[in-house]
Design a protein. Structure first.
Length: 300
C-alpha cells in the first residue's frame, strides 16, 4: 500500500459537459491492481479469462470486488468497510461480462475530459460490428468490438460518499459504506484520479507507451502487473492493462446503479487511457478487461 497525501482534484464529464472539484483526504492505495494470486489467496477463486499469478484479476463484478475488500479486511483483523444487504449482487450471472449490456455501447468514452488530448474520442473505429456504441454521438467513441477484443460493457460513476447508503444494484440488494471502518475498500473516482495524476495536470503522467499496456502495444492481451513505468507516487498500471472499478455511481438518473470504471485497458485505444476518462458498467457484470485495486482510509 502506498500513502497518498490529501489534495484537490477536478473531475470532468464530457457527456454532460460538467466539471466539479473534490477535496480528497489522505488515504493509502495498492501499488498494483489486485492480482490473480492475491484474489485466489483471499477467496479461493480464479475467475480470470487470462491466467497468471501476477496478472491482474479480471472477469470480476463490482460486487465481487467489494466482497473481496471485506474478506481481505477480515483476514487481517480489520473492520470491513461495507455493510452488504441480503441478496446484494445475487443477479450476477455466469454470463455477466460475456454478453455485456445490450443497451450499453461497446466502448463509449463518456468523458474525454478537458485535458488537452486533441484526439480524444475523435477517431471512430471503422470496424463497426456486433457491439457498436449507439451513443457514439454523445460519447465521442464509435469504437466497435467485433474484432475479438473484450466483450461489450458499458461504463459507470458519480457522487462518492453521498451514495454510500442503501445503494441497490437492481437485484434487490443494498450496500452501505461504513466511513469509520479501517478495512479495505474501493477507491472513489476522485481518489482514483488524484492517485493517477500524482501531481500532474496533463492527460497522462508520462508517455503512453512507457506507462501503459493499451491496444497499440499490448499484442492483444493482458500483461503482468508492474511491467511499465510507475507514476510519481510509485503506482503501476494506473492507465492501461485493466480498467479499475470505483465505488461511485455513474449517473443514477440516467444509468441507475451503473458504477464508475477508470484507467483504460489493454484493448483500448490511446484516447481511453487518460486520467480523466470515465466509463460505466453494471455492478453485476463481469467484463474480461476490468479489475480493481484497493484503498484504506487514513485515521487522523
Amino acid at each position: 500500500m502506498v500513502a497518498i497525501p490529501a489534495g484537490r482534484v477536478t473531475l470532468s464529464d464530457r457527456r454532460t459537459q460538467r466539471s466539479w472539484s473534490v477535496e480528497v483526504e489522505p488515504y493509502s492505495i495498492s501499488r498494483f491492481p489486485v492480482t490473480q494470486s492475491e484474489y485466489a489467496h483471499v477467496t479461493g477463486q480464479r475467475p480470470s479469462a487470462a491466467h497468471g499469478d501476477r496478472m491482474p484479476v479480471e472477469t470480476v463484478s463490482w460486487w465481487d470486488a467489494v466482497r473481496f475488500c471485506n474478506a481481505l479486511s477480515r483476514s487481517e483483523g480489520l473492520s470491513p468497510a461495507y455493510r452488504i444487504g441480503a441478496g446484494a449482487g445475487a443477479g450476477a450471472g455466469a454470463n455477466a461480462g460475456a454478453d455485456g449490456d445490450a443497451n450499453a455501447g461497446a466502448d463509449g468514452d463518456a468523458n474525454a475530459g478537458a485535458d488537452g488530448d486533441a484526439n480524444a474520442g475523435a477517431d471512430g473505429d471503422a470496424n463497426a460490428g456486433a457491439h457498436v456504441d449507439t451513443n457514439a454521438s454523445d460519447d465521442g467513441d464509435a469504437n466497435a468490438r467485433a474484432d475479438g477484443g473484450p466483450k461489450d460493457r458499458a461504463k459507470a460513476g458519480a457522487d462518492s460518499r453521498a451514495q454510500a447508503s442503501a445503494d441497490g444494484d437492481g437485484d434487490g440488494g443494498s450496500i452501505e459504506w461504513i466511513a469509520s471502518a479501517d478495512g479495505y475498500r474501493l477507491p472513489t473516482e476522485a481518489e482514483w484520479e488524484h492517485a493517477c495524476r500524482a501531481g500532474t495536470t496533463g492527460p497522462r503522467y508520462g508517455e503512453l507507451d512507457e506507462i501503459a499496456w493499451y491496444r497499440g502495444n499490448s499484442d492483444g492481451r493482458m500483461h503482468e502487473v508492474g511491467g511499465k513505468r510507475p507514476n510519481a507516487f510509485g503506482l503501476y498500471d494506473m492507465l492501461g492493462n485493466v480498467w479499475d472499478w470505483c465505488w461511485d455511481v455513474y449517473d443514477a438518473e440516467v444509468y441507475g446503479a451503473y458504477r464508475v470504471l477508470r484507467g483504460g485497458g489493454w484493448f483500448d485505444e490511446h484516447w481511453s487511457c487518460r486520467a480523466s476518462v470515465r466509463r460505466r458498467s453494471h455492478p453485476s457484470f463481469r467484463p474480461d478487461d476490468v479489475g480493481f485495486r484497493v484503498v484504506r482510509s487514513v485515521s487522523l
